[in-house]
Design a protein around this ligand. Structure first.
Ligand SMILES: [Zn+2]
Ligand SMILES: [Zn+2]
Length: 284
């Protein structure tokens, strides 16, 4: 379905949300890239396909989508979490090349305006207010990070809730509240504190990363996960791992044991290549 044939997206209250059309058979998720050099998450219910952030060049996003057999022409919208370049680098080009609407908070748009370029179809959202893109009800919520108006998201369809929280210095009660009940979580596990401490970064950058407006360590991520873990959490994708101050083995070493007695599958998103395409069927 072309976007022009779809009902216009609108800002709605969470309690007024109604599902549009038939329940989707499955939700597909692929983290196309994750880390300080670029982030993009693909989510689809097979009729609506959304990118949360587009922090690679347009051509690289296209290349990565095609490498996992996804067609960028099928995209419906891009939703932006915050203005750091690892999240918005390709937003303008993707909007213009594929005629996509962009969903962004007003403060984030102001902070990013010179780097976004001209965007024909711009929609403002506010943290705390649910908006709808066809069958997805998207709830942005505030996170603690050194950006103008940084947001985490839950994306809800009739049968599935997906939670996304990367780029946060601390996991507040608000973050935990929103992530509870998710069937798939994309969760930051940025650094191993010891590697950060002894690593090559200058002192101010180390302070920024581990500060309240920085990034979650593997242990912070694990503590958050313990509080939101439930029987129906099917997948955890660890994201935004530092290439200098973390390793997939270190992150898995902390998070793996927390999930050991659960049915939750653990994936680790990478900077240099897309994750596998995860499918969450309706009947699960
Ligand atoms: Zn980032
Ligand atoms: Zn950031």
């Amino acid at each position: 379905m072309k976007l022009s044939e779809m009902p216009a997206a609108s800002v709605i209250q969470a309690d007024k949300f109604e599902m549009i059309g038939k329940p989707p058979q499955e939700i597909k998720v692929c983290v196309l890239a994750s880390g300080s050099k670029g982030n993009a998450i693909y989510l689809s219910d097979n009729s609506t396909s959304i990118l949360v952030d587009a922090g690679l060049s347009g051509i690289e996003i296209q290349r990565r989508m095609e490498s996992v057999h996804l067609d960028p022409n099928d995209l419906s919208a891009v939703v932006v979490s915050h203005e750091h370049s690892d999240h918005i680098k390709g937003v303008g080009i993707m909007a213009r090349r594929f005629n996509l609407p962009i969903y962004i908070s007003e403060k984030t748009r102001s902070a990013a305006v010179s780097r976004l370029g001209k965007i024909a179809d711009l929609h403002s959202f506010e943290c705390g207010t649910t908006f709808q893109i066809n069958g997805f009800a998207i709830h942005p919520f505030s996170i603690s990070h050194d950006a103008a108006d940084p947001a985490g998201f839950t994306l809800n369809t009739s049968h599935c809730k997906i939670g996304i929280a990367t780029d946060l210095g601390i996991a507040t009660e608000l973050v935990k509240k929103h992530l509870r009940g998710s069937r798939l979580l994309v969760l930051e596990a940025n650094h191993d504190p010891e590697m950060l401490q002894t690593g090559p970064y200058p002192w101010p950058l180390k302070q920024r990363i581990k500060g309240r407006s920085g990034h979650l360590s593997n242990y912070d991520s694990g503590n958050l996960l313990k509080e939101v873990l439930h029987d129906d959490l099917r997948h955890v994708i660890l994201a935004h791992l530092s290439q200098e101050n973390n390793s997939p083995e270190k992150a898995a070493g902390v998070i793996g044991p927390i999930l050991a007695k659960s049915n939750t599958k653990l994936e680790i998103a990478r900077q240099d290549q897309p994750s596998k395409l995860i499918k969450i069927p309706n009947n699960q």
